[in-house]
Design a protein around this ligand. Structure first.
Ligand code: ATP
Length: 448
């Protein structure tokens, strides 16, 4: 008897805007690997990397598969994975730079995990990735610029030991690719009602719009995100599909966990292409710029930056509009570098209002005798009451506090404009830590 080996496969950047999808390649590979009697030790991983990399196709997703296998199949398994990756890679499309990484070992080295965290929050280089691949003894293949190796390695490094979620992705049959997705939308609204708060981002209730179905030519029919494999499957069964489902797979993911956001101490630490949580004081009232975007500056003792709540942020934009000078907030979002016309700007995904400035109105005092508002007798000459005739030369104008429409707390961009990694309000309080493969069985994928 040979002892089983463990293999981790990372995949990225196989698709183009014209079609394909690395999650689909992964779903097909899951079925192919069954021929070699592999035992999956985790759900396939759908790892979203830094959403601000300029060269992403869509959501900067990279994929992993982890399984044990008998060494007699090792070569066949590797050949199958590589052949399928080549077949599904749009190598002739500009901007598609496929990568595949294979790592053998029961444990993921800490350096790989660190690399992955870095790839989720900032920009990493192919040189760094290649040096690490050599150091840990992984194997990698790439086409074109080979940039996909970065994502493939980062996917292997993310073992999702802190917060994570699941997504069941259903795929279309080839004859339907490129056509409008046919699904009973009412059933999706109903599914959302029945499964909340354990599923998220199914629909945008503000615009009454379904958001689980993408629009492009890729093979994804729809994806349902949630807290457990059971709930996403239950939700899937509630959706009335009007076209066939070729296959579906449940992925474990960092989606909806805020993994991309890095708290910074001071505003002078903001770096472009990163997403941050940064504290500051509003120092000019928000202004509205075309087309309905809300911009306001915040500052601390080190720097001043702009915050932008763009029109699609919906509810968040409405909150931003109500902020006032001296409000203290935490801005969550992607940092954009200064241009000739704009300072460094945080594109807001969330705002946490920490303190609201007291807003007040200066008024004449009330008559101490009959409570009517007094009239001024002239500059520095006090007040008189028109009702009872009393005169009060020593009284001064009074500051009356005005109520604020806003309340302290966390506000999140509307569902339709949330990034894959944004933790939606619905998930607060449901964060997880640690994962065991217990209960991982053959009910997490299906092929028709
Ligand atoms: P899809 O979501 O449809 O799979 P995508 O949006 O994931 O597409 P890719 O086509 O995979 O986009 O392109 C992203 C590219 O950026 C990949 O080559 C990936 O290796 C690379 N990349 C990912 N994260 C980083 C990072 N933090 N720094 C540098 N490069 C990165």
């Amino acid at each position: 008897m040979t002892t089983p080996q463990t293999l981790h496969i990372g995949l990225d950047d196989t698709d183009s805007k014209k079609g394909g999808c690395t999650t689909y390649l992964t779903a097909v590979l899951v079925e192919e690997l069954k021929k070699f009697k592999v035992e999956f030790i985790d759900y396939p991983g759908l790892i979203r990397l830094n959403p601000n990399v300029p060269w992403k196709t869509r959501g900067n997703g990279a994929l992993n598969l982890r399984f044990t296998y008998s060494s007699k199949y090792e070569e066949k398994i590797k050949q199958t994975a590589i052949a399928l990756w080549e077949k599904h890679s749009a190598v002739n499309e500009k901007g598609t730079d496929p990568g595949i990484v294979l790592y053998k070992g029961a444990e993921i080295p800490a350096e790989l995990t660190d690399f992955s965290k870095k790839a989720q929050t900032t920009i990493v280089t192919l040189k760094e990735a290649m040096a690490l691949i050599r150091k840990v003894g992984a194997e990698a293949l790439g086409y074109n610029t080979c940039r996909g190796i970065i994502g493939a390695l980062a996917a292997i490094g993310e073992t999702l030991q802190s917060d994570y979620t699941y997504e069941l992705i259903a795929y279309r049959t080839p004859e339907n690719l490129g056509t409008k997705r046919r699904v009973d939308e009412e059933s999706i609204f109903e599914m959302d009602k029945q499964t909340q708060p354990f599923t998220f981002n199914n629909v945008d209730w503000e615009k009454k719009r379904v958001i689980i179905t993408p629009r492009g030519p890729d093979p994804i029919f729809f994806g349902i995100r949630g807290e457990t494999p059971q709930i996403v499957k239950q939700a899937f069964q509630l959706v009335k599909t009007l076209e066939p489902v070729e296959r579906w797979v449940i992925f474990r993911s960092n989606q909806g966990t805020d993994a991309h956001l890095k708290p910074v101490e001071k505003l002078n630490q903001l770096e472009p292409y990163c997403s941050v949580i940064a504290k500051g004081t509003v120092f000019q009232n928000p202004r509205i710029v075309p087309v309905r975007h809300v911009i306001f500056p915040i500052k601390d003792e080190t720097a001043q930056v702009d915050c932008a709540a763009y029109e699609p942020t919906g509810d968040l934009r409405k909150i931003a509009r109500e902020l006032l000078v001296d409000d203290e907030i935490e801005a969550y979002g992607a940092v954009h570098k200064a241009t000739l016309s704009k300072p460094v700007t945080v594109n807001l995904e969330k705002i946490r209002i920490l303190e609201l400035a007291q807003q007040s109105k200066t008024q004449n005092p009330l008559c101490p005798n009959c409570q009517k508002r007094l009239k001024s007798m002239g500059r520095n000459q006090g007040f008189r009451c028109e009702k009872c005739g009393g005169k009060y030369p020593d009284l001064k104008k009074a500051e009356t506090p005005l109520p604020r429409m806003l309340k302290r707390g966390l506000y999140v961009t509307s569902t339709r404009s949330q990034r894959h990694l944004t933790k939606p309000l619905r998930r607060y309080g449901q964060e997880k830590s640690g994962f065991t493969a217990e209960g991982l069985n053959d009910c997490w994928h299906f092929e028709s």
